[in-house]
Ligand binder design. Structure first.
Ligand SMILES: NC(=O)c1ccc[n+]([C@@H]2O[C@H](COP(=O)([O-])OP(=O)(O)OC[C@H]3O[C@@H](n4cnc5c(N)ncnc54)[C@H](O)[C@@H]3O)[C@@H](O)[C@H]2O)c1
Length: 289
């Protein structure tokens, strides 16, 4: 394994300051970047600022940074005009997971930035090559797939499209290292690395449950104790949401074949509204949230 030189981009832009965008802004602010977050309207921009202020406050309280909150906030600008991206070194798109919205947003970003700026997308499932086809300069574009919650997660998938410049991939590794996270570099394949492997394990665990091989708790314990997974595949599916995992499985089934065919048990639970922790029941009963 080769060490990567951490390199903080000086000026970062984030389009969409929701759960992920706010987390990405937070991460770059802690690393010392100046960050501009652009939202769809003024109330959303204010909400994004509040979200980032709160999470930065938690980082200051926990002692994750030596810098005081006012200093961190002074490096944050929020607004609604993509023109604010004009001087950015890197802009990350983090709008909702809708193909049309993403392509339109990426065009908006490209129209605003300088020729040397890099553009990243935080998409969790849309092909980077598909998104790149909406850009005039797809070589400056790649996937930067952050995980939720961003501050607590140490992984970023760097997704390399067919046109992505290799120097940009090296830069992206450096940015991720500067955030104190680890990059895995993945070709633009369905489900990238994390969703594809995570869903493959979960689908097999669900089939084992269907076949009566073991209880949900024992299947999970086999992975938690035997392979040191922090949570087994069924518990993880409950936390992520059975509906979310079914959606990914359907996409992978269409693109990669029968091994990703969603088990009937998963379909039945989703149809009955048992979506996991958020509805109180999935493979387990959840007493709250
Ligand atoms: N939530 C997760 O667990 C997770 C994990 C990894 C990746 N992702 C991906 O990150 C992206 C964002 O997801 P999220 O969970 O943060 O969603 P979210 O709904 O919390 O945030 C999206 C934000 O985008 C803003 N927005 C909508 N249209 C806009 C526009 N035209 N211009 C500017 N801003 C606009 C919304 O106001 C909202 O604040 C999606 O692509 C998602 O697939 C999500």
């Amino acid at each position: 394994m080769s060490a990567v030189d951490p390199l903080t981009p000086e000026r970062v832009g984030v389009l969409g300051g929701g759960r992920m965008g706010a987390g990405i802004a937070h991460a770059f602010l802690l690393a010392g970047s100046h960050v501009v977050v652009v939202e769809r309207d003024e109330p959303a921009a204010l909400a994004a600022r509040d979200r980032i202020r709160e999470s930065l406050g938690r980082s200051v309280e926990r002692g994750s940074t030596d810098r005081p909150l006012p200093e961190l906030l002074a490096a944050l600008e929020t607004g609604t005009d993509a023109g604010l991206f004009a001087d950015r070194d890197l802009v990350v798109e983090a709008v909702p997971e809708e193909r049309g919205l993403k392509t339109e947003s990426l065009r908006r970003i490209e129209a605003a930035v300088s020729v040397t700026a890099a553009i990243g997308s935080n998409t969790s499932s849309i092909s980077i090559d598909d998104l790149a086809s909406s850009l005039e300069h797809p070589e400056r574009f790649l996937g930067l797939h952050f995980f939720n919650p961003v501050p607590a997660s140490s992984l970023v998938e760097v997704v390399v499209g067919a046109s992505t410049n290799q120097e940009l991939v090296a830069d992206a590794r450096g940015w991720v290292a500067a955030l104190g996270k680890t990059a895995v570099v993945v070709a633009d394949a369905p489900g990238f690395a994390s969703s594809r492997l995570g869903v493959a394990l979960a689908l097999e665990a669900i089939r084992m449950l269907e076949e009566g091989v073991a209880t949900a708790a024992d299947i999970d314990a086999a992975m938690e104790l035997g392979y040191r997974h922090p949570a087994g595949p069924l518990r993880t599916t409950d936390i992520v949401g059975l509906d979310v995992r079914l959606g990914i499985a359907e996409e992978l089934h269409a693109k990669l074949g029968e091994r990703f065919a969603p088990p009937q048990l998963l379909r039945d639970l989703v149809a009955d509204g048992h979506l996991g922790r958020k509805t109180g029941r999935g493979f387990y009963e959840w007493s709250e949230g």
